[in-house]
Ligand binder design. Sequence first.
Ligand SMILES: [Zn+2]
Ligand SMILES: [Zn+2]
Length: 255
Amino acid sequence: MVEICALASGSNGNCYYIGNSTNAVLIDAGISCRQVLLRMAAKNLDPAKVKAIFVSHEHADHCSGIGILSKRLGIPAYMTSRTRGCIRSDQQATDIQEFAPGDTIIIGNFSIHSFLKKHDAAEPCSFRIEYEGTSVGVFTDIGLSCNRVRHHLSQCHALFLESNYDEEMLRTGSYPYYLKARISSDYGHLSNRQAMELLRQHHHPALQVVLLSHLSAENNRPEIAASAFDELRARFTIEVTDRYAASKVYTVKEG
Ligand SMILES: [Zn+2]
Ligand SMILES: [Zn+2]
Protein backbone atom coordinates (compact mmCIF):
# COMPACT_ATOMS: atom_id res chain seq x y z
CA MET A 1 0.00 0.00 0.00
CA VAL A 2 1.27 3.45 -0.96
CA GLU A 3 -0.24 6.77 0.09
CA ILE A 4 0.11 9.85 -2.07
CA CYS A 5 -0.75 13.50 -1.53
CA ALA A 6 -0.06 16.73 -3.40
CA LEU A 7 0.89 19.07 -0.54
CA ALA A 8 1.19 21.90 -3.05
CA SER A 9 0.95 21.99 -6.83
CA GLY A 10 1.14 24.86 -9.28
CA SER A 11 3.40 27.60 -10.55
CA ASN A 12 3.74 29.13 -7.09
CA GLY A 13 4.91 25.97 -5.34
CA ASN A 14 5.15 22.21 -5.63
CA CYS A 15 5.58 19.46 -3.05
CA TYR A 16 4.44 15.86 -3.48
CA TYR A 17 4.29 13.18 -0.76
CA ILE A 18 4.67 9.45 -1.45
CA GLY A 19 4.76 7.15 1.57
CA ASN A 20 4.04 3.69 2.95
CA SER A 21 3.69 2.43 6.51
CA THR A 22 7.37 3.00 7.36
CA ASN A 23 8.95 5.41 4.88
CA ALA A 24 8.13 8.41 2.77
CA VAL A 25 9.81 10.74 0.31
CA LEU A 26 8.95 14.23 -0.85
CA ILE A 27 9.38 15.29 -4.44
CA ASP A 28 10.27 19.00 -4.54
CA ALA A 29 9.75 21.61 -1.84
CA GLY A 30 8.70 24.85 -3.47
CA ILE A 31 6.68 26.10 -0.51
CA SER A 32 7.92 27.03 2.95
CA CYS A 33 8.93 24.44 5.53
CA ARG A 34 6.13 25.77 7.74
CA GLN A 35 3.52 25.21 5.05
CA VAL A 36 4.79 21.70 4.27
CA LEU A 37 4.52 20.72 7.93
CA LEU A 38 1.12 22.38 8.39
CA ARG A 39 -0.31 20.65 5.35
CA MET A 40 1.14 17.28 6.38
CA ALA A 41 -0.37 17.68 9.84
CA ALA A 42 -3.74 18.55 8.31
CA LYS A 43 -3.66 15.22 6.47
CA ASN A 44 -2.24 13.15 9.35
CA LEU A 45 0.99 12.50 7.44
CA ASP A 46 3.95 11.87 9.74
CA PRO A 47 7.07 13.99 8.97
CA ALA A 48 9.22 11.48 10.87
CA LYS A 49 8.62 8.96 8.08
CA VAL A 50 10.10 11.27 5.43
CA LYS A 51 13.63 10.09 4.65
CA ALA A 52 14.59 12.29 1.69
CA ILE A 53 13.56 15.17 -0.55
CA PHE A 54 14.16 14.86 -4.28
CA VAL A 55 14.57 18.04 -6.28
CA SER A 56 13.43 17.89 -9.90
CA HIS A 57 15.05 21.16 -11.06
CA GLU A 58 16.18 24.57 -9.87
CA HIS A 59 13.07 26.68 -10.54
CA ALA A 60 11.94 28.37 -7.34
CA ASP A 61 8.50 26.73 -7.36
CA HIS A 62 10.33 23.40 -6.82
CA CYS A 63 13.21 24.25 -4.52
CA SER A 64 12.62 27.42 -2.47
CA GLY A 65 11.85 25.42 0.69
CA ILE A 66 14.45 22.65 0.52
CA GLY A 67 17.15 24.29 2.67
CA ILE A 68 15.04 24.86 5.76
CA LEU A 69 12.86 21.77 5.32
CA SER A 70 15.75 19.33 4.92
CA LYS A 71 17.50 20.84 7.93
CA ARG A 72 14.33 20.77 10.05
CA LEU A 73 13.62 17.13 9.21
CA GLY A 74 17.31 16.16 9.34
CA ILE A 75 17.18 14.52 5.92
CA PRO A 76 19.21 14.82 2.70
CA ALA A 77 18.13 16.58 -0.47
CA TYR A 78 18.85 14.58 -3.64
CA MET A 79 19.60 16.45 -6.86
CA THR A 80 21.87 16.29 -9.89
CA SER A 81 25.15 18.22 -9.84
CA ARG A 82 23.95 20.69 -12.47
CA THR A 83 20.75 21.34 -10.55
CA ARG A 84 22.84 21.79 -7.42
CA GLY A 85 24.93 24.41 -9.16
CA CYS A 86 21.88 26.48 -10.10
CA ILE A 87 20.11 26.72 -6.73
CA ARG A 88 20.49 29.96 -4.82
CA SER A 89 22.92 29.52 -1.94
CA ASP A 90 20.45 30.87 0.64
CA GLN A 91 17.90 28.22 -0.39
CA GLN A 92 20.34 25.35 -0.71
CA ALA A 93 20.29 22.29 1.55
CA THR A 94 23.35 21.52 3.67
CA ASP A 95 23.05 17.74 3.30
CA ILE A 96 23.07 17.14 -0.46
CA GLN A 97 23.28 13.78 -2.19
CA GLU A 98 23.97 13.88 -5.91
CA PHE A 99 22.61 11.50 -8.49
CA ALA A 100 22.93 11.31 -12.26
CA PRO A 101 19.79 11.34 -14.44
CA GLY A 102 18.82 7.73 -15.03
CA ASP A 103 20.02 6.57 -11.62
CA THR A 104 17.78 4.55 -9.32
CA ILE A 105 18.16 5.59 -5.68
CA ILE A 106 17.11 3.35 -2.79
CA ILE A 107 15.46 5.12 0.15
CA GLY A 108 14.29 2.69 2.82
CA ASN A 109 12.03 0.25 0.96
CA PHE A 110 11.40 2.63 -1.95
CA SER A 111 13.25 2.71 -5.26
CA ILE A 112 13.26 6.14 -6.88
CA HIS A 113 13.87 5.98 -10.61
CA SER A 114 15.10 9.28 -12.05
CA PHE A 115 15.09 10.31 -15.69
CA LEU A 116 15.87 13.38 -17.75
CA LYS A 117 12.95 15.33 -19.20
CA LYS A 118 12.57 18.28 -21.57
CA HIS A 119 12.19 21.58 -19.69
CA ASP A 120 14.05 24.88 -19.63
CA ALA A 121 16.30 24.08 -16.69
CA ALA A 122 19.91 22.90 -16.36
CA GLU A 123 19.26 19.18 -15.83
CA PRO A 124 15.53 18.66 -15.20
CA CYS A 125 14.47 15.22 -13.96
CA SER A 126 11.24 13.46 -13.17
CA PHE A 127 10.79 10.52 -10.84
CA ARG A 128 8.95 7.21 -10.65
CA ILE A 129 8.74 5.97 -7.07
CA GLU A 130 8.37 2.22 -6.66
CA TYR A 131 7.46 0.08 -3.67
CA GLU A 132 6.92 -3.68 -4.03
CA GLY A 133 5.88 -3.39 -7.67
CA THR A 134 3.60 -0.39 -7.21
CA SER A 135 4.78 2.74 -9.01
CA VAL A 136 3.87 6.39 -8.55
CA GLY A 137 4.98 8.97 -11.12
CA VAL A 138 5.62 12.65 -10.48
CA PHE A 139 5.65 14.16 -13.95
CA THR A 140 5.46 17.95 -14.02
CA ASP A 141 7.35 20.69 -15.88
CA ILE A 142 7.54 18.73 -19.12
CA GLY A 143 7.69 20.48 -22.47
CA LEU A 144 7.33 17.36 -24.56
CA SER A 145 6.36 13.77 -23.82
CA CYS A 146 9.62 12.10 -24.88
CA ASN A 147 10.20 8.33 -24.90
CA ARG A 148 11.50 8.38 -21.33
CA VAL A 149 8.32 10.03 -20.04
CA ARG A 150 6.18 7.52 -21.93
CA HIS A 151 8.25 4.57 -20.73
CA HIS A 152 7.94 5.50 -17.06
CA LEU A 153 4.33 6.71 -17.27
CA SER A 154 3.25 3.38 -18.73
CA GLN A 155 4.44 1.64 -15.54
CA CYS A 156 2.59 3.84 -13.06
CA HIS A 157 -0.36 2.87 -10.86
CA ALA A 158 -0.78 6.47 -9.74
CA LEU A 159 0.32 9.73 -11.29
CA PHE A 160 0.88 13.36 -10.52
CA LEU A 161 0.63 14.55 -14.10
CA GLU A 162 1.16 18.10 -15.28
CA SER A 163 -1.86 19.68 -16.97
CA ASN A 164 -0.51 23.20 -17.08
CA TYR A 165 -2.55 25.24 -19.51
CA ASP A 166 -5.57 25.40 -21.75
CA GLU A 167 -4.25 26.11 -25.25
CA GLU A 168 -7.00 28.62 -26.09
CA MET A 169 -6.60 30.49 -22.80
CA LEU A 170 -2.84 30.75 -23.34
CA ARG A 171 -3.26 31.90 -26.95
CA THR A 172 -5.79 34.63 -26.14
CA GLY A 173 -4.47 35.53 -22.66
CA SER A 174 -2.47 38.53 -21.48
CA TYR A 175 0.99 36.95 -21.31
CA PRO A 176 3.63 38.57 -23.54
CA TYR A 177 4.50 36.69 -26.69
CA TYR A 178 7.88 35.44 -25.46
CA LEU A 179 6.26 33.86 -22.38
CA LYS A 180 3.51 32.23 -24.43
CA ALA A 181 6.20 30.82 -26.72
CA ARG A 182 8.25 29.54 -23.79
CA ILE A 183 5.30 27.82 -22.08
CA SER A 184 4.10 26.07 -25.23
CA SER A 185 7.59 25.14 -26.47
CA ASP A 186 9.15 21.67 -26.21
CA TYR A 187 10.99 22.97 -23.11
CA GLY A 188 7.97 24.47 -21.36
CA HIS A 189 4.88 22.77 -19.98
CA LEU A 190 2.24 20.23 -21.03
CA SER A 191 -1.17 21.61 -22.01
CA ASN A 192 -4.38 19.92 -20.89
CA ARG A 193 -4.72 18.40 -24.35
CA GLN A 194 -1.12 17.13 -24.50
CA ALA A 195 -1.39 15.59 -21.03
CA MET A 196 -4.68 13.90 -21.91
CA GLU A 197 -3.24 12.46 -25.15
CA LEU A 198 -0.15 11.20 -23.33
CA LEU A 199 -2.31 9.56 -20.69
CA ARG A 200 -4.81 8.10 -23.13
CA GLN A 201 -2.12 6.48 -25.27
CA HIS A 202 0.35 5.30 -22.65
CA HIS A 203 -1.36 4.65 -19.32
CA HIS A 204 -0.88 1.38 -17.44
CA PRO A 205 -3.94 -0.91 -17.63
CA ALA A 206 -3.99 -0.97 -13.82
CA LEU A 207 -3.64 2.80 -13.36
CA GLN A 208 -5.80 3.80 -10.39
CA VAL A 209 -5.54 7.53 -9.80
CA VAL A 210 -4.32 10.63 -11.64
CA LEU A 211 -3.87 13.94 -9.88
CA LEU A 212 -3.76 16.72 -12.45
CA SER A 213 -0.89 18.93 -11.34
CA HIS A 214 0.96 22.20 -11.83
CA LEU A 215 -2.05 24.06 -13.24
CA SER A 216 -1.30 27.59 -14.41
CA ALA A 217 -3.13 30.27 -12.45
CA GLU A 218 -3.40 32.49 -15.53
CA ASN A 219 -3.94 30.05 -18.35
CA ASN A 220 -6.09 27.31 -16.88
CA ARG A 221 -9.06 26.66 -14.62
CA PRO A 222 -9.61 23.53 -12.52
CA GLU A 223 -12.95 22.80 -14.23
CA ILE A 224 -11.44 23.26 -17.71
CA ALA A 225 -8.52 20.97 -16.92
CA ALA A 226 -10.85 18.38 -15.41
CA SER A 227 -13.21 18.39 -18.38
CA ALA A 228 -10.32 17.83 -20.80
CA PHE A 229 -9.97 14.33 -19.28
CA ASP A 230 -13.66 13.40 -19.30
CA GLU A 231 -13.29 10.54 -21.77
CA LEU A 232 -10.86 8.75 -19.40
CA ARG A 233 -12.87 9.22 -16.23
CA ALA A 234 -14.52 5.81 -16.39
CA ARG A 235 -11.13 4.04 -16.34
CA PHE A 236 -9.53 5.62 -13.24
CA THR A 237 -9.97 8.40 -10.68
CA ILE A 238 -9.00 11.84 -11.99
CA GLU A 239 -8.78 14.81 -9.63
CA VAL A 240 -7.37 18.32 -9.93
CA THR A 241 -4.81 19.44 -7.34
CA ASP A 242 -5.14 22.74 -5.48
CA ARG A 243 -2.34 25.30 -5.19
CA TYR A 244 -3.51 26.55 -1.78
CA ALA A 245 -4.18 23.32 0.09
CA ALA A 246 -3.12 19.70 0.21
CA SER A 247 -5.08 17.23 -1.87
CA LYS A 248 -6.91 14.28 -0.38
CA VAL A 249 -4.58 11.43 0.57
CA TYR A 250 -5.08 8.64 -1.98
CA THR A 251 -4.24 5.02 -1.25
CA VAL A 252 -2.72 3.14 -4.15
CA LYS A 253 -3.19 -0.60 -3.97
CA GLU A 254 -0.55 -3.10 -5.03
CA GLY A 255 -0.10 -3.22 -8.77
ZN1 LIG B 1 7.31 24.36 -12.01
ZN1 LIG C 1 10.09 24.54 -14.05
